[in-house]
Design a protein around this ligand. Sequence first.
Ligand SMILES: Cc1ncc(COP(=O)(O)O)c(C=O)c1O
Length: 396
Amino acid sequence: MARGNGPWIWDVDGNRYLDLVGSWGPLILGHRPAPVLTALHAQLERGWTFGAPTEGELQLAATVSERMPAIEMLRLVNSGTEAAMSAVRLARAVTGRAKLIKFAGGYHGHADALLVEAGSGVATLGIPGTPGITTGAAGDTLVASFNALADVEAAMTRWPGQIAAVIVEPVAGNMGVVPPEPGFLEGLRRLTRDDGSLLIFDEVITGFRVARGGAQERFGVTPDLTCLGKVLGGGLPIGAYGGGRAIMEQVAPAGPVYQAGTLSGNPLAVAAGLATLDALDERAYQQLEDAGARAANALQSAADAAGIPLTVNRVGSILTAFFTDGLVTDYASARKANATSFASWFQRLLAKGVSLPPSQFEAAFVSTAHDEEALAFLESALRYSFTDLQLAGASG
Ligand SMILES: Cc1ncc(COP(=O)(O)O)c(C=O)c1O
């Protein structure tokens, strides 16, 4: 791609596309939003790294804390991968336990222990197992099915006193969008509390996207630790992990759990993040909800009109159209979607000027920049996009 503006991107040949990827989530205000551009210019004039805390970093921490009261203290890092990796290390240190429960199709970045049965690119490419990762690193990772509390309970029964944490995307976004069923997140909260393990919400996608205070606000469940990224940096590299003071004070230099980063809390990323969060008021969240609903309706009605079975999952401004007529509630049901048909449909839409995530197992993102013109363009591009689509036999 060569450039972007609002909801549009242009490739190097000058072709324009409606962007439904949004750099995989960070661009919640679209490309080059004025407040972020202004904040970046101002920060460039002041310098872009000091190796010491800045006022902006403290302001960003305070803003996060205000939106997510469960985060009393946080540490800024450079990516979602670092956030999840560091949160897991901290959970292991404070519990004195080794094992970790994650969910099949969940993606938490590419730290070794977290790549087991991962979603996102690992799911898209069908990469088997975890080459390059030692059995030692992967052996403490237990995998449960998303929305299946019984799996988590069984693991806790089998490994009593050994599970450090359960890490979950509160809305799964990396097997395509899969919402938590009612009671699932509450159940994880109860089970981890009873077990003495920590509940880690990986809100790298959902943080500041599905609600002002993320999924923990939207679903009313409070985790012990939260991982953030994407929207937090408004499109510049950032990540964060945080939680209650007692846990976070175990991180060095206050405590013994080491973690550091040369460019962590980078002033440019912090400036972009602050400007982004400042722009995300109640009106913006309503806009995101409305734009997401309109995109989902357009997908469903175009598929219905063409007689193509399609299941559209959506939470706010993130959505996935699965080529299946069954409910998609976990990784196994997501994998039943016909990825070959998805690929043909994706190419059709690209030719019509719509840039979707190029995988059946990813979330599409709309932004506040997806205005009337953009949504009408999408509806028009979708209208006949399913017509005469050959449904391939093979899935996965
Ligand atoms: C839920 C989740 N966690 C962690 C990550 C890793 O973040 P990053 O790509 O910034 O390392 C991602 C990236 O897509 C993600 O979706």
